[in-house]
Design a protein around this ligand. Sequence first.
Ligand SMILES: [Zn+2]
Length: 128
Amino acid sequence: MRLAKDVATRAHAPYSQFSVGCVIVDENDQMHVGCNVENASYGLTMCAERNATGSAISAGAERFKTIVVASRKAVTPCGACRQVLAEFSSHDTEVFLIDLDGRQREQHLLSHLLPHQFKLESDSKPQS
Ligand SMILES: [Zn+2]
């Protein structure tokens, strides 16, 4: 949680002034970090969670056990990030939301934040 708070200080957020840090703990208990990187075009802005995902996958991570997101208001990941995180997560992957003082505000299962993840192949039985 301290690392998530620290990485938030490296965010490039001159437009929103809303810094976010993310730490992903993988299946080998390795930690991967990301911060939000805004862009003058706005649409090219990348969230901390997706930058951390890229960092984790680039380092060889395959599954995400725990995700910590630090921000001023301890917000939940946006919808796009929930979908990206879910690609590498399990039904029991936990998401901890903390503020920039490092205080834990909320704890969720990612599967509860994104109950109907998009998948190319459905694992639900077809309705008859
Ligand atoms: Zn996002």
